[in-house]
Design a binder for this molecule. Structure first.
Ligand code: ZN
Length: 344
């Protein structure tokens, strides 16, 4: 029994010396000192010894246990110290290394165009109005002279959430909401920038999600000439001082009369080129005088008040301004594209 205990002590001490991490060390502890370990087993056999031998063997067993215990503690302290040193070495910071340059981000080209347009209109006394992108059918269509079943609703394939709720197809519902808040009292002078959604297949000129900026002025004595003067100022600011605009008759349910607005080609100055497809003119937005029905539905007296509205796509403006040939570039967040718009 004595030899057995000494042999166990030697074995345990060797294994402790070999243990390379705290987990291995704990395994040794459990194997030798645990309740099911060999030392406990040896002690169980003490009943077979003579009364004289028992205390001697008991003392020896305690010595062996104590020796293993102290070797374990010593090794544990050593391993813990090693671990701390390893951690310190791996996390060392070389304060003499040069710092990494911080990469400056920049505004997205669309954001820049939208902000430029906002600034221009704020300078003319407009305020910015916003509204929900998840909109009621009433504000998106009905309040804009597009009752249910109106054929012009098909012009705007919509994402419906329920029968009465949809993702707004244009920013015009913000006009309807703002006019309603004014409770029939003018003036109203707002622009509404924001995201809109249509059930379109994405290609170079179409996207299921895009942005719009809508403008609305309602007051007494607002005329078509006010609209023309406003858009003329806009075209000169965005595309250059020499730009002219022209109106072509068009149709929108919420304006009467309605016009498409062209700007003289900034590329060729009106002589004809591939940007303007040889016509000298480029279509930039739709506009018109607010339909009396729209005014009345929002609580305005259409005999007293008139107004104009216009709507444009910042994507189209940005594409023209920067010569971008595919609308999808705006949404793919490819840094090679975006970094071209970094300010110096
Ligand atoms: Zn041209």
């Amino acid at each position: 029994m004595k030899e057995r205990l000494q042999q166990l002590q030697q074995e345990a001490l060797e294994k402790i010396a070999q243990a390379s991490d705290l987990k291995a060390l704990n395994d040794v502890r459990v194997a030798y000192l645990g309740k099911k370990g060999p030392i406990t087993e040896v002690l169980r056999g003490m009943g077979a010894l003579s009364p004289e031998e028992r205390p001697i063997m008991g003392a020896l067993a305690n010595e062996v246990r104590a020796a293993i215990q102290s070797a374990l503690e010593e090794k544990q302290a050593k391993l813990e110290q090693e671990e701390i040193e390893k951690k310190l070495a791996s996390e060392a910071i070389d304060v003499t290394l040069p710092g990494r340059p911080v990469r400056l981000g920049n505004h997205h080209p669309l954001t820049r165009v939208i902000e430029e347009i906002e600034d221009l209109f704020i300078g003319m006394g407009y305020t910015i109005a916003e509204g929900p992108e998840v909109e009621k059918d009433y504000y998106n269509f009905e309040a804009l002279n597009l009752p249910k079943g109106h054929p012009a609703r098909d012009m705007q394939d919509s994402f419906y959430i329920t029968e009465e709720i949809l993702l707004r197809t244009h920013t015009s519902p913000v006009q309807a909401r703002t006019m309603e808040k004014h409770q029939g009292r003018g003036p109203v002078k707002i622009i509404c920038p924001g995201k809109v959604y249509r059930r379109d297949n994405d290609d170079a000129t179409h996207s299921h999600q895009f942005t719009q900026i809508e403008g609305l002025v309602v007051d007494e004595n607002i005329r078509m000439s006010d609209l023309k003067g406003t858009l003329q100022a806009f075209a000169k600011k965005m595309f250059g001082e020499d730009r002219e605009i022209r109106f072509r008759p068009s149709f929108f349910p919420f304006t009467e009369p309605s016009v498409e607005v062209d700007v003289s080609c900034f590329n060729c100055g009106g002589h004809g080129c591939n940007v303007c497809k040889g016509t000298g003119w480029i279509e930039i937005l739709g506009a018109g005088m607010v339909h009396p029905n729209v005014l009345e539905m929002a609580g305005f007296d259409s005999k007293k008040y008139t107004g104009f509205a216009f709507g444009m796509g910042p994507e189209r403006i940005a594409m023209l301004k920067y010569g971008i040939d595919d609308i999808r570039h705006f949404y793919q967040n490819d840094l090679r594209f975006l970094q071209q718009f970094n300010r110096a």
